[in-house]
Design a protein around this ligand. Sequence first.
Ligand SMILES: [Zn+2]
Ligand SMILES: [Zn+2]
Length: 447
Amino acid sequence: MLASLGTMPELARQLSGLGGCTHPIRLDGHRTEYEVNQTTGEIGRVLNHLDSTTLPAGNLLVRCNNRRATRCAACAEIYRRDTYQLITAGLRGGKGTPEQVATHPRVFATFTAPSFGPVHNRPSSGRACRCGTRHDETDPALGTPIDPETYDYEAAVLWNAHAGALWRRFSIYLRREVAKRGGLTQRAFRDHARISFAKVAEYQKRGAVHFHAVIRLDGPEGGDTSPPAWATAELLTHAIRAATTAARVNGPQIDGRAHTFTFGRQLDIRTIRSADFDDGQELTERAVAAYIAKYATKGAETATGTLDRPIRFLAELAQARITDHARRMIRTAWTLGARPELADLRLRAWAHMLGFRGHFSTKSRRYSTTLGALRDARAEWRRAQAAPVAPQDGETTLVLAHWVFAGTGLSNAEAWLAASVHGDSRLSREAAREAGRDHTDLEGAAA
Ligand SMILES: [Zn+2]
Ligand SMILES: [Zn+2]
């Protein structure tokens, strides 16, 4: 079997570039990098040529970059680290964001869905659940409806489907509320301050989406301008409360019932302090970034125990190993998805997400860097390491490339080899970290 692997050391080297990705994208094609004279525009030497047919695996292998830990553990880990860096940059500066953002008012807020019916829980008072049982922390019943027959599945699914619109409404109201407290009209507000945020969506056990957000108040030009003196974390907190209460989205009318969506009463807002001022009580930048990053790699499947990919037929639910609650949420989404008036909610395509079709992590433009920028920086670094000939001063490069999709995944033999190679590279990564180096070559391709 291993004879079919070609030259093992070369294949091992190619696979090690994947950094543990188990479902890489396979590409056929070529890429040529030429030297270009900046003054004359003349195309010169070939600096680098890559043809997929000459690669040990027979294809160029590119990381799948899947966010979900259940789909690709290695790529989800990179996504988690990138999210951590993105959130941290927005709190402390770095990666192109000025350090003065650390002095701006910043809060960490959690927005929840309203109740759709009583669920099994562990009251903080230490009393028993409404069902009479004292549930163990690991009881799978926690978060599931006490009476599934009366639980409002229709509203629960539709709330998820409108959660993105509700957030947008909230962000408009927040601007209005902050402006009002600063004694400004909305029009004048933009000359004084700007609100930036980064948020992640997470599922509660009951299958309702909730949002965690870092919200920051900057000067008019964003992070590198100081907010006005009246802009405090306390003012921001009050404005968030008011905007959350006011936010409301009118939903569809279903069998004579008009749906309206609001956030739940449970709203948690905490001021974020710099690590320097941490006395162990406050919520620090580091804790917030770690928390958001952790949830960025979780889908509905982690908290609610639903599916991590779309379903094509309702019959698939029968074989799926999921909770009854998740099954009912999915079935409700599927059934509502048949209604032509709800077509724009695409409930069948997003049934496995329990109706939520938004992005898992979003941020406003001025918050900090982007995941794309972090990815580009890593790819650039990797190319620089791989380039056999560096261009001369005053010269730039031209890249001609053509790639076509050739499939996904690894053969059994490749997977085996990749797993053993990844084990080794993890050890060398640890060694590199011990040596104090910032190890960034995790994005893999041909190399
Ligand atoms: Zn992957
Ligand atoms: Zn209970």
